[in-house]
Design a protein around this ligand. Structure first.
Ligand code: URA
Length: 432
């Protein structure tokens, strides 16, 4: 029988734990035998001391063993590809990628999460669509992926229950942004969910959990190594999160933008990330094509309307209405205007993310309900030249008072300068 206090102390002092000790701690936590306060202290010790490559693998493996696993590939008779983001502001990539990839003949069944801190969650976005069911049985999920090509649901309770508990605990104990803990959290879910090849969008910058390129590279390499040890192919896109991705931040607003992108009318930075991810996923799939051809096919699916057709079938198959006019709309809509002329030098992602949370688009506590209608549309992105009085952004709020506060928050996120900033591409690096 392990003694958690002793393991916490040894990790605090920088020791490497044995495979059995670490696995037993995690499995004990998943069974409810190790209390939250000890696991919180352990996570903080890991935050400062890190985990070795071996420990990170053992942690991931124990999390997978805490619940059931699905062999989606065997059930579909296809190689299964998946995509996951480490979390950002305005990151609605999965919503656009899934129908485009499916329109190219590659099924994508995804289990997604809710928002964490200032970052949005795919499930919250999808729930802004009236009628959309995020909970399907496993059989319904598999049948929909087979028939329609796309299903996006919440993580079933049986899959990696250790992560479900740990993720919620880390969120409120300042222990999310640790590369081994993020890597184990993401990879355990992807491996348990049956993905054979995975494209990971690792966000870097002010609005991401990894603030620096070095930290993001370390996270990417850790996830690639975990994938390799489990026999899965992993490619990581390191993408910019110093400013929000695309224009829309907030659930229904992001669904609209994702659909616009599927139709070929999305913001350029977001479209770039979507098409990059599609090209990589199609190259990893069983179509036997390279990335360039994958990207060409993705562009064609957008241009010829087949991706939009799949979008409608997917949303309707999951009980939602594909009529955009049914999406909720906020009662107060307010423009944020430039106080002076200049170039947008910075558009702080974390400030915009927090402003959206204050409007109600995210949760401050786990129990909070999300207001799907509210959010911010950032019309001027980094590098845009504006004159005094030009529109920088639009706030969608529930009340006048919340709109006033959000306008102030959004203005504080914009830095205007006489000179244009250095160009920074949205795709920073590819690892793996
Ligand atoms: N996304 C996850 O699934 N887990 C983390 O720890 C962080 C982002």
């Amino acid at each position: 029988m392990i003694r958690p206090a002793e393991l916490i102390q040894r990790k605090r002092d920088g020791e490497e734990l044995s495979d059995d000790e670490l696995a037993e701690l995690i499995l004990g936590y998943a069974r409810g035998e190790v209390p939250d306060y000890q696991m919180a202290a352990f996570c903080m010790a890991v935050f400062f001391r890190g985990l070795s490559e071996r420990e990170t693998y053992v942690l991931t493996d124990a999390m997978i063993r805490s619940g059931e696993t699905i062999d989606l590939g065997a059930r579909l008779g296809r190689k299964v590809v998946d995509k996951h983001s480490t979390g950002g502001v305005g990151d609605k990539t999965s919503l656009s990628v899934a129908p485009i990839v499916a329109a190219c003949g590659v099924p994508l069944g995804k289990m997604s999460g809710r928002g964490l801190g200032h970052t949005g969650g795919t499930l919250d976005k999808l729930e802004s669509i009236p009628g959309y069911r995020t909970e399907l049985t496993l059989d319904e999920f598999v049948a929909q992926v087979r028939d329609v090509g796309v299903a996006i649901i919440g993580q079933t309770g049986d899959l990696v229950p250790a992560d479900k508990r740990l993720y919620a605990l880390r969120d409120v104990t300042a222990t999310v942004d640790q590369p081994s803990l993020i890597a184990a959290s993401i990879m355990s879910k992807k491996i348990a969910g049956g993905a054979q090849a995975i494209v990971l969008d690792v966000k870097v910058g002010d609005g991401a959990f990894m603030k620096t390129l070095e930290g993001a590279r370390e996270l990417a390499e850790t996830m690639i190594s975990l994938g390799r040890q489990a026999g899965r192919e992993v490619v990581c896109l390191l993408t910019d999160m110093d400013q929000p991705l695309g224009a829309a931040v907030g659930n229904a607003l992001e669904v609209r933008e994702a659909l616009d992108t599927v139709r070929g009318h999305g913001p350029s930075d977001f479209t770039e990330v979507v098409l990059d991810a599609c090209g990589k996923l199609l190259a990893l799939s069983d179509l036997g094509i390279d990335e360039e051809e994958g990207r060409r096919r993705a562009e064609r699916a957008v241009a010829d309307g087949s991706a939009e057709f799949v979008w409608r079938r997917w949303i309707e198959a999951q009980g939602g209405t594909s009529d955009e006019s049914a999406l909720p709309v906020a009662p107060v809509i307010r423009a944020v205007v430039a106080p002076k002329a200049g170039y947008v030098r910075e558009l702080g992602a974390i400030r915009i993310g927090n402003a959206a949370v204050h409007l109600g688009a995210g949760r401050r506590t786990k129990e909070d309900a999300v207001d799907h209608a509210v959010g911010i549309v950032c019309r001027a992105k980094r590098g845009t030249r504006v004159d005094a009085g030009d529109e920088l952004a639009v706030v969608h709020a529930r009340t006048e008072a919340q709109a006033d506060e959000a306008v102030r928050d959004v203005l504080a996120a914009y830095e205007l300068a006489p000179e244009p900033p250095e160009e920074r591409p949205v795709l920073l690096e590819v690892v793996g």
